[in-house]
Design a protein around this ligand. Sequence first.
Ligand code: SAM
Length: 281
Amino acid sequence: MCMRFEIVTIFPDFFASILEHGILRRALAENLIEVGVHDLRAFTHDRHRTVDDRPFGGGEGMVLKPGPLAEALAALGIEPRTERQILSGALAPEGSRTRVILLSAQGRPFTQAVARELAALERVVLICGRYEGVDERINQLYCDMELSIGDYVLSGGELAAAVVVDAVMRLVPGVLGNEASGEFESFGVADAEIAAGAEGVPRSQHGSGGLLDYPHYTRPAEFASLRAPEVLLNGDHQQIRRWRREQQLRKTLANRPDLLERANLSGEDRKLLEAIRQEYR
Ligand code: SAM
């Protein structure tokens, strides 16, 4: 089944080049995903195609008006949340196969776990804010969640929407060559949770279990007087697997120690981690 993204934006052209490259382009060509980009200005009714207005209460900047956004959502068949729940007979938005998402610096963090959650849906609607943001009533009435791609402020939701589409579509079955390969990257699930398609995956790989990825090397074996690690050149998949796991632990400890608290670690991982910590003491 094909997963569909709908993006509501005042800059539809922004997405042209993103959709024309790499895995995203291939996923579209193979009808594994669909992306609809909708110009918010098409839902205005004045000569100037006005989408924004001054904020109530004063202050800097402009705010995206609720009217055009509500019309854009109606054109996509999106009812206010309460009506959607009644129509689908679901008590919670979790019962529906569509999510309406407002991109916002005030949102909950977008993580690989959220990407996984979204990849299981049929349709994801992404509302891109601009200026000071979107009239809050759109969030209240229509949005199932607010998502932030990081603790910084962008000038618009378009980059954030592109990030969400890219990270989610990689997890749609069939998009990556090997069904399981998304799980062998940073933030992936543990080996035990990788159900599908483990055949054909070199046994030198590990489900990351919530850790960062290990470092990668390619030819030439020697570059700028630095040799690629010998273990990767010798073809022993068990040794490679052990070395990669240790590197995952080292990288995560160095760059994202917070991830270790939630990571899925085996007894062997814990011993290795303790040994690495000893080195740094
Ligand atoms: N006044 C807002 C605030 O302080 O939170 C910032 C508005 S920002 C200049 C304009 C738009 O960019 C937002 O409405 C949102 O759609 C998008 N945006 C900015 N930072 C974002 C982030 N970290 N994640 C997702 N979207 C973001």
